[in-house]
Design a protein around this ligand. Sequence first.
Ligand code: DON
Length: 569
Amino acid sequence: MKKLLSCLLLTLITGAAVAASPAPIAAERGMVVTAQQYATRIGVDVLKQGGNAIDAAVAVGYALAVVYPAAGNLGGGGFMTVMFADGRRAFIDFREKAPLAATANMFLDAQGNVVPDLSTRGHLAVAVPGTVAGLEYIRAKYGTRPLRTLIDPAIRLAERGFVLAQGDAEMLWEGSADFRKDAASAAIFLHAGKPWQPGDTLKQPDLARTLKLIRARGAPGFYQGETAAKLVAASRAGGGILSQADLDAYDVREMPPLECDYRGFRIVSAPPPSSGGVVICEILNVLEGYPLPDYGWGSARAIHVQIEAMRQAYIDRNQLLGDQRFVKNPVDQMLDKAYGARIRAGIDPQRAGISTKLVPGAGFNEGSHTTHYSIADSFGNAVAVTYTLNDWFGARVTAGGTGVLLNNEMDDFTAKVGVPNLYGLVQGENNRIEPGKRPLSSMAPTIVVKDRKPWMILGTPGGSRIITAVTLTLLNVIDYGMDLQEAVDAPRIHQQWLPEETYVEARALSADTRAILESMGHRLTVPQPENHVAAILIGAPALNAKPVGGNRFYGAIDPRRNTGLAAGY
Ligand code: DON
């Protein structure tokens, strides 16, 4: 009886009694969460051998390019948010750039209409890749291990192959129809013209060779010489505009991350050319004024204010933001707590807003495939990386002889004002195509700081839905006291200004709550494809919980997709 009582007490303290999900994965010295199990294991091995979180991030970045070709990549780009043990933080932008020959109207026909698929499939959709430059930049500046040690596991997986699990095969099937149209892709991602099956071994000898050229020369092994020539030749043959001059001009940018405070926590996330951090912070600033825990998770009141905060933040995103080298972003105004309060004042507690009646920057004072991984090491460093080909398998074309799948990041630009892109985003002039410009992103590799130390590390793919998935996961942990796995698992909603409808995942709303929201004027619809959140919490599995044994690190991978692993040591 005594034992039962103390057990009950313990579960009450840790919160386990209310858990709706399995417990997060716990470990004592470090944690890696990625979208593919082999990549996670490679990252853990680097940490075990004394490498830091940056070393592990580089090794995982190269590994995912092999074992997670839908989004892991050499032919795409991304962002990294880092917090170092001494409290410093950095943001590394290795986003793709528009080729020098790109023009504002390159995806329009003679009548000025967007040509279907031109910005999403084939070589014209390809922006200048940044991943290899980015991984090499962070390795040289912040890593402690030689390139050979970090890239060799990826080379081995490409050369000897890896056995496809069910989820790996299912990912490949998403691209099958398009792979058939591109001989270089079909040669790798189809097996004698047929989809690969679970249990098959996928070998990628061309990709192994490309990785070896990087191992020999660093980033120039990709941007110059044999690989570069093949990338340019493939583009030319496929009607693209990528040139050697584009590869020569690619540059990585390092800048301070975008930061804001939410209920005493410091949110450290992605600045432009991502909208991720700005929009998360704008939404949080609005929500900070509401007693969300009192409203209760999933209550009509809470969902209503979340939808309205998202609605205004996305019109601001879509109309006001773009690459800061080309346009001025009103970030300070968007992050102003007073602006958050003015948006709040405009939210009718009883009625849904109407997207088409909103204006961007309302109340300013006058005057959319991707993968995310999170890593924490025993030294106190934390790394969040989101990188992407844009759509799963990008433009669905491979540069012949390189094994490199190419991105379709050009679709993140505004092809035409008022016309939705792949993620339904209706964007403005600030994000129009210009040579050398980076397309506006939603990627949001995020670190939350508590007591001056990294506390939570998270991010996700999902295009425009990245921002809301990260925000809701933060709310679940900070406002609703969920443990990390529950916070990741909990059903989500998403509103992005246009369309008017709010996307609702299955079981996110009870029938009663749905009826209340609809009576307030909300239009609700079925969800878009899922996110895939990869998150770490440091110290305990939930905000006010105790550590489980001697474990400091807690990891959770989103169960919405059938791949991925959280593991530590
Ligand atoms: O940068 C962006 O916002 C998009 N290219 C991200 C794409 C993405 O997340 C695809 N994921 N499923």
